[in-house]
Design a protein around this ligand. Sequence first.
Ligand code: DAH
Length: 331
Amino acid sequence: MIEQIQQLEQHIFSDLDSVQNAESLEEFRLQHLVKKGTLGQLNDQFRNIPNEQKREAGKTLNVFKNKLMSLFEEKKASLESSDTTEQIDVTLPSRTTYPGSLHPLTHIMDEIIRIFDSMGFAVASGPEVEEDFFNFEMLNFPEDHPARDMQDTFFVKNAADKTVLRTHTSPVQIRVLKNSTPPVRCIVPGRVYRNEALDSTHLAEFHQVEGLYVDKGVTFADLKATLVSFFEQLYEGQKIETRFRPSFFPFTEPSAEMDLRIAGKKDAQWMELCGCGMVHPQVLRNCGIDPEVYSGFAVGFGVERMAMIKYGLTDIRDLYDNNLMFLRQFV
Ligand code: DAH
């Protein structure tokens, strides 16, 4: 029997060595390693040899079996690791690459500018670090006027130093009017700052778009028609309801605030989207424009709030969390 094993060894290991793929490995297994194969036959034979030969033969048989099994496992492992087709799980979801996209505030700003552009409004701008003179004084907020309290001002150094982070985009009305003769039709998109406690509808740094139209014979009806038409275009496809409430701003007379909600939406809340009014005669005078000849309207929109309605947000802070899951919805 020992001789037989030695003969077998001559070719069985080289047979195994030349196996190149999973199928021939399986053939090899069926031919040699199962009960009815070579190993099984050797075991049967072993049982039948005379007892005095069993010791030697058993040793040789075991060494052979162990060697064969370990070479077989080695072969199997090496075939599996080189067989890449079996390792790719085609059912796994692929890694997604996301395209970059504009921030929802950029989207809505672009949209606002586009709509006003179509109505003949140019874009103007002014500094974010502003003088008290433009932010308040020329807008008819005299020093110590209580209306200044409404604005929760950030002072760059202190209240005595007359430099502030602009609390609204209205100072640009002054900068524009001082340097032009009517008709004036412009909007001012920009960032503003308020020393305010943050909550779901308030931020300390946010965006406004100022609108200004000064010409002969401009009336409150022009203001209303312009605003309603603007909102209808901004919320195109959604049915909106608007309402005006009387209000107070030192630089407009009369003054109003406009609220908006999506019509027919369950639990839809009115959201205040802008302050507006007819430019105060004193403001026109401050800028060298005769209020007997000219009149105008002004409006200041809260951009984040307009975005909340447009995108159905309940918390204004979502716009600044930079949560990718949130931002990716606005591709
Ligand atoms: N500047 C005001 C604010 O931020 C908003 C505002 C009200 C702007 C009335 C206007 C206006 O142009 O006419 O509180």
